[in-house]
Design a protein around this ligand. Structure first.
Ligand code: 0A1
Ligand code: ZN
Length: 869
């Protein structure tokens, strides 16, 4: 067995050796190779004696042979553990230590395994397993961190109840489940719900609680607490309220009730991701939980509420029903993202939420799907699962469920979900189980629909419209471009929501859903006096790229009149895209249709401010680059940036007479609230201020900065000033004022990177990273500079390659201490093949340099290998 395992996870050196021709790839794991665990775990008992350099973990685990297993090989994962002792049924044993864990000979009957290991949380810079942040102990075990805590079958299909005893003098000692006992220097917790090891959590520290309560639908009282450092105690109440709203919504919308006596949330400064759904003890990045009007923007408030909801909803979709293996990750993530999107839409309005989600999908997921990192919603192989916490698994996974919801309708969706929870509660499930539930509940054959999980790449849908004799004929064609390892694609089931408008903009056909499932398919509509205007893909009913030949006048009409708010926004974006493309390619002046449409839209008080703000915002420079690449052009980042700047200047001049009036109407007198009404006004105030600043030399922005009493207006003013090359004194004052607030200083770093003039970016980066406050081992701080560079594409793509080199240097440095965060940011290079040969060569050289850097992690090695393949 030891030999088999060594082959499975080969010696690091073997794949690290650089070769001349290709970059060696570490060993892959395949979905097709899944086998059930040899042993199941009936119960886990853990004792932690906490000490920064030498924590002892004593594990007592009841194993039983799995009747469904194919083998009796006993293997426990373990990494960076110092084994002190081990025993089986009380008899000391000497296990065989192999790469990635240990093996031992065990009885062919239930037995008790005991081990004691030593670990050093203070030295854990990867923030994976048990680590320390700001003097507190905390854990991150998803996906494979538990093996850094103790020897265990660290795979999600091994589920067990846990009892945990924590020994430490720290005042607050938390783990999963319900509290059992608290004494001097120790606490005991019991989690009755069988869970996989990735949901294990422990926290110990000097923390204070914002406390609350919730009574569940069956009348059970639950104690809630949001734990923070004392200095952050004033920023926890919003999260607590968000938790209560989430608990209520999950009961009302999904009939899901909470199942423990307590629910704890802890804020941690050093965290690789947003937050983690550990059973009964969610651990959060401070950035995703702390919020106060003075320090958090409206978008931060919304993010906090959304992430709290997301983690809470995982209690059913992820924890009660978990994943059989990590290939099924989207089973919990896609569904939970869809649920948190529904929640936010229900609370704050669906249209704006949908637009924001689609912007994120366009920039993050479409880009991924169109490049070397494209993968299925359910991948079939990987080297490191940690590289698959992606836009595809999360956002595209949610889109797939949204399509299912639309195809079967909300009632059948509800019935299918009830069946899902009934049938699979307590189990580790697969995408097949999920689809089977829908087949059984609705009678619908989902064989073709399943391809959404099995085919990567963004489908392109083209539309040809013909009108004659009162009949409108739409011919739809679908095509999904090749992606790595998948040259040929099969047709998908694409729900196309459509409505029709007459030439006055009146709706003459309310939304219908076309099921488009052939390579080419015609749909006809009849009974018209005049050619109708089609509003296609309403609400973005499928994650596809729609290519239609509508005129600018048709788009302007849709923007002015469509009953579907999403498509009003989308019509505006399409107009902007066209104008930008013409400006970049032909040096054309901006289209007056676009400028006039923006003016009419801005003045339309029937449109709520948040929507107006979104329509007024240009697509990102990344979006323009994608759009040009799709049209067969090589995107020139400098030309794109220049066109965006020029269009903003044109907008500012064209709208000069009306902007101050709109800006004035968006001022809020009432005390700050993050609610949608006020937030929408601030969004439009900031969007108009950005344009006003281009003609008033920053006067209005300086005034807004001076009197702002909340972070949304402060940052909006500062961004406007920086974007016109001013704001230095405000920037300095901001840094002094907020010196003690890390999350606010993260914003200070990020803003300077986003707003830097492209040619000055490298200087700016050098200056920022030389500051004492650039604590690069803190993921939030590192991201505030390094991950933000992608938001300044013309800066990133400086033609001399200097910024590429800068990014690569930092990635190599971070990779040696924190592979998770480093490897995710490396995706900044994934678009390298889109660019001119000069930039391609420069980027490629940096990717190769990372690949060959001594001691590079498996995570990073896989990423760069895929980018170069
Ligand atoms: N399940 C979490 C995602 C997550 C993954 C890894 C982490 O640490 C490295 C943390 C969180 C979620 O979807 O929120
Ligand atoms: Zn999640």
């Amino acid at each position: 067995l030891a030999a088999k395992l060594a082959a499975f996870r080969p010696d690091k050196e073997a794949w690290m050796q650089p070769t001349h021709a290709t970059i060696p790839q570490p060993q892959k794991i395949y979905l097709a190779d899944y086998t059930p665990p040899a042993y199941l775990v009936r119960h886990v008992e853990l004792t932690f004696r906490l000490a920064p350099k030498a924590t002892r973990v004593i594990a007592r685990i009841q194993f039983a042979p799995n009747p469904a297993a194919h083998s009796r090989d006993f293997f426990l994962h373990g990494e960076k553990l110092k084994l002190i002792r081990a025993s089986i049924d009380g008899t000391p044993v000497q296990p065989v230590l192999v790469d990635g864990g240990l093996t031992a000979s065990v009885p062919d009957a239930p037995f008790v395994w005991e081990s004691e290991v030593e670990i050093a949380p203070i030295e854990n810079t990867a923030l994976d397993g048990l680590y320390m942040s700001n003097g507190m102990y905390c854990t991150q075990c998803e996906p494979e961190g538990f093996r850094r805590i103790t020897y265990y079958p660290d795979r999600p299909d091994v589920m067990a109840p846990f009892d945990v005893r924590i020994e430490s003098d720290l005042p607050i000692l938390l783990s999963n489940g319900n509290p059992v006992e608290r004494g001097a220097g120790y606490a005991v917790w019991h989690d009755p719900w069988p869970k996989p090891s990735y949901l294990f959590a422990l926290v110990a520290g000097d923390l204070v609680a914002e406390r609350g309560a919730f009574t569940t639908m069956s009348g059970k009282d639950v104690s809630l607490a949001v734990w923070t450092r004392a200095a952050d105690a004033d920023k926890a109440s919003f999260a607590l309220g968000a938790l209560q709203r989430s608990m209520l919504w999950d009961e009302q919308a999904y009939g899901r009730e909470y199942d423990l006596d307590v629910f704890n949330i802890v804020a941690v400064s050093d965290f690789n991701s947003g937050a983690m759904e550990n059973k009964g003890l969610n651990i959060f990045n401070t950035a995703a939980v702390l919020a106060s009007p003075a320090t958090a923007t409206d978008m931060d408030f919304q993010r906090v509420e959304g992430v709290i909801a997301h983690e809470y909803f995982h209690n059913w979709t992820g924890n009660r029903i978990t994943c059989r293996d990590w290939f099924q990750l989207s089973l919990k993530e896609g569904l939970t993202v869809f649920r948190d999107q529904q929640f936010t839409g229900d609370l704050h309005g669906h249209a704006v939420k949908r637009i924001r989600d689609v912007i994120k999908l366009h920039t993050r997921q479409f880009r991924e799907d169109g490049g070397p990192l494209a993968h299925n919603v359910r991948p079939e192989s990987f080297v490191e699962i940690s590289n698959f916490y992606t836009g595809t698994i999360y956002e595209k996974g949610a889109e797939v469920i949204r399509m299912l919801h639309r195809l079967v309708g909300p009632v059948a969706y509800g019935e299918a979900l009830d069946l899902y929870f009934d049938r699979l509660d307590g189990q580790a499930a697969t995408i097949e189980d999920w689809l089977q539930v829908f087949q059984d509940a609705t009678g619908r054959d989902l064989t073709q629909f399943k391809r959404w999980y099995q085919q990567a790449g963004t489908p392109q849908v083209s539309v040809v419209k013909e009108y004659a004799d009162g009949i409108l004929k739409l011919t739809l064609r679908q095509h999904t471009p090749p992606t790595p390892g998948q040259p040929d694609k099969l047709p998908l089931v694409i729900p196309v929501a459509i409505g029709l408008l007459d030439s006055e903009g009146r709706e003459i056909l309310a939304t219908q859903v076309l099921e488009f499932n052939q390579p080419e398919q015609c749909f006809t509509f009849s009974g018209f006096d005049d050619a109708p205007i089609a509003s296609l893909l309403r609400g973005f009913s499928a994650p596809v790229i729609l290519r239609q030949e509508n005129t600018s006048e048709e788009l302007a009409l849709l923007l002015a009149h469509d009953t579907d708010s999403f498509n009003r926004w989308d019509a505006g974006q399409q107009l902007a895209r066209r104008t930008l493309a013409a400006m970049v390619i032909d040096n054309a002046p901006p289209s007056s249709t676009y400028l006039n449409a923006m003016q009419a839209m801005l003045m339309n008080e029937a449109l709520y401010p948040a929507l107006r703000a979104l329509i007024l915002s240009l697509p990102s420079e990344e979006d323009t680059a994608q759009n040009l690449a799709l049209a067969g052009q090589i995107p020139d980042p400098d030309a794109i940036h220049a066109a965006h700047e020029a269009l903003k200047n044109h907008l500012a001049e064209h709208l000069e007479a009306v902007l101050p009036g709109v800006y004035a109407a968006m001022q809020v007198d009432a005390p700050y609230s993050p609610e949608a009404d006020q937030a929408g006004k601030r969004a439009l105030a900031n969007a108009t201020l950005a344009l006003i600043s281009r003609t008033d030399h920053g006067q209005a922005a300086e005034a807004q900065y001076a009197k702002a009493d909340n972070m949304t207006l402060t940052l909006g003013a500062l961004a406007s000033l920086l974007s016109i090359g001013r704001g230095n004194s405000q920037l300095a004052a901001f840094a002094t004022h907020w010196a003690d607030d890390k999350l606010v200083i993260d914003k200070w770093f990020a803003l300077q990177v986003t707003e830097a003039a492209p040619r000055r970016l490298l200087n700016m980066l050098n200056r920022l990273t030389a500051l004492d406050t650039f604590d690069w081992q803190n993921p939030n701080r590192f991201r505030s500079v390094l991950a933000t560079i992608s938001a300044n594409p013309a800066g990133f793509h400086q033609a001399d390659g200097s910024v590429y080199r800068f990014v690569a240097d930092w990635l190599i440095r971070l990779d040696s201490v924190n592979p998770w965060t480093a490897s995710r940011i490396s995706a900044a290079f994934d678009g390298w093949r889109r660019y001119d040969t000069g930039r391609q060569a420069l980027m490629r050289a940096q990717i190769e340099r990372i690949a060959k850097a001594p001691g590079i992690s498996r995570e990073m090695s896989e990423m760069v290998g895929r980018m170069l393949a």
